[in-house]
Ligand binder design. Structure first.
Ligand SMILES: Cc1cc2nc3c(=O)[nH]c(=O)nc-3n(C[C@H](O)[C@H](O)[C@H](O)COP(=O)(O)O)c2cc1C
Length: 174
């Protein structure tokens, strides 16, 4: 049986889209059939055996498209393996407190969906470019310098580990 996986994402400045692309490619490399779509364009989940959803944290919240995706597809998601990731920390050199805060923000957002039992949850580093911001976000960002700690190798490694987890979950549940 070919296992079909939806990899969907929300993004503002493209970092999460790039990460989702790497997840999709890694899962295809493991023999899964993968569809890669913006979360807001997904209408139904019936044809997928499992779902991966990624989105950035902004202003202490997960991207609204991701939150809406979870609400909209609650019924279908409750019966499928789901893996979730967020992009968040951006400071270079690595700031452990920032990573802890991002992970807590993500957990807090996911706690809004008590029915959700994800097979995997992960936070990855992102990118920050003050030049891309307009008022009022520019105010929130303050004088922080541009940074890029996106680690696509870490994303790929997570996706490969996911493949090993999703296959038995799908085989047993669908
Ligand atoms: C105005 C602004 C607010 C942000 N707020 C948060 C936040 O509350 N928590 C966090 O972990 N990351 C935060 N970030 C970092 C973003 O998650 C990071 O830039 C990510 O790479 C953006 O993903 P995207 O390119 O897919 O939109 C913020 C970034 C900006 C520019």
């Amino acid at each position: 049986m070919t296992i079909s996986i939806l990899v969907c994402f929300a993004t503002r400045t493209g970092t999460t889209q790039a990460a989702a692309g790497v997840v999709a490619e890694a899962l295809r490399g493991r023999g899964f059939e993968v569809e890669l779509l913006p979360a807001r364009e997904v209408r139904a989940l019936e044809r997928y055996n499992a779902v991966v959803l990624g989105a950035p944290l902004f202003m202490f919240h997960w991207h609204n498209d991701a939150l809406q995706f979870l609400s909209r597809h609650q019924k279908s998601l409750a019966g499928r393996p789901v893996a979730l990731f967020a992009l968040g920390p951006v400071q270079s050199p690595i700031n452990e407190q920032e990573w802890k805060d991002s992970r807590e923000q993500f957990q807090k957002e996911l706690a809004k969906f008590p029915w959700l039992a994800p097979a995997a949850v992960e936070v990855f580093g992102g990118k920050y470019d003050p030049a891309s911001l307009r008022f009022p976000l520019k105010l929130f960002a303050g004088a922080a310098p541009a940074s890029d700690i996106q680690d696509l190798a870490a994303v790929r490694a997570w996706a490969v580990s996911l493949a090993a987890r999703l296959e038995p979950a799908v085989g047993g549940g669908c």
